[in-house]
Design a protein around this ligand. Structure first.
Ligand code: ADP
Ligand code: ADP
Length: 232
């Protein structure tokens, strides 16, 4: 389970203090597909940076599987962060490396033995449906294929959680549908928890179990997607 308890995040700027998050409480169950939706400036990216341990809350607590991130030693925090994979709007691939090399990279960083790396990378390439494109460079791939590489790379070290940062916002509707289909498939196959932030309501409707609607740093509605988005 992922828990955010009474989270406040204040950014101090020269002009004023900005409350990017203001008393946010969210609990996400294992295996759930959870959406965070809101307009630009609502606090979604800030929330994501707290979840992946890149930033600390001004007050409140973020915990993963019952462990509060702020109480962990640096080395333990690093291990916990490996349980979180992430994909991005603009894919963030290494452009001078092949598909295979992009996926091998996180395995090298995690010091997976050389003999096992390639086997694992090929398994991931199959999982995301990129067989035959191992030696292609990202510039030779379509947007949907680039995001498939992003997904394979994010899953390389067996995370329990996948964070998706506007992961389909740069894709056309058909490709968005294909990538969402893949994410759902992986969610079921691997019992992976998926947290996605987006400004696209249709993405939330398509794959999320529950949703938090954010505005001005606050969760203004939360619950089952069918309930929150039901027409009055
Ligand atoms: P979203 O991802 O929903 O667009 P953000 O989390 O990026 O929202 O931003 C929430 C609020 O916090 C905005 O008012 C933004 O300007 C402010 N903010 C975000 N990051 C910083 C920062 N590093 N310094 C100052 N203000 C920030
Ligand atoms: P490497 O670290 O494998 O040598 P590069 O030097 O090719 O990677 O790229 C460094 C960074 O430059 C990439 O992570 C990417 O952000 C950016 N970049 C390079 N080529 C492109 C491209 N064709 N489109 C978008 N971004 C690119």
């Amino acid at each position: 389970m992922i828990e955010l308890k009474e989270i406040k995040k204040i950014y101090k700027t020269k002009q004023a203090d900005v409350a990017a998050l203001d008393n946010v409480n969210i609990a996400i169950q294992d295996g759930e597909v959870y959406g965070i939706v809101g307009y630009s400036g609502a606090g979604k990216s800030t929330l994501l940076r707290l979840l992946n341990g890149l930033e600390k809350p001004t007050s409140g607590e973020v915990s993963l599987a019952g462990k509060a991130l702020n109480t962990l030693k640096k080395s333990t925090l690093r291990k916990e962060r490996q349980k979180i994979g992430m994909i991005f709007q603009h894919f963030n691939l290494l452009w001078s490396r092949t598909v295979l090399e992009n996926i091998l990279f996180p395995l090298e960083i995690a010091r997976v033995p050389k003999a096992k790396r390639k086997q694992r990378a090929l398994e991931l390439i199959r999982l995301v449906g990129l067989e035959g494109r191992e030696q292609a460079y990202p510039s030779e791939l379509s947007g949907g294929q680039k995001q498939r590489v992003g997904i394979a790379r994010a899953l390389a070290n067996d995370p329990t959680v996948l964070l998706c940062d506007e992961a389909t916002s740069a894709l056309d509707p058909k490709t968005t549908e294909d990538v969402l289909e893949l994410l759902l498939d992986i969610n079921k196959k691997l019992n992976l928890t998926i947290v996605l932030i987006t400004h696209e309501m249709q993405v939330i409707r398509r794959i999320c179990d529950r949703v938090a609607v954010m505005s001005d740093g606050k969760v203004v509605e939360e619950g089952q997607v069918k309930e929150v988005f039901k027409n009055p």
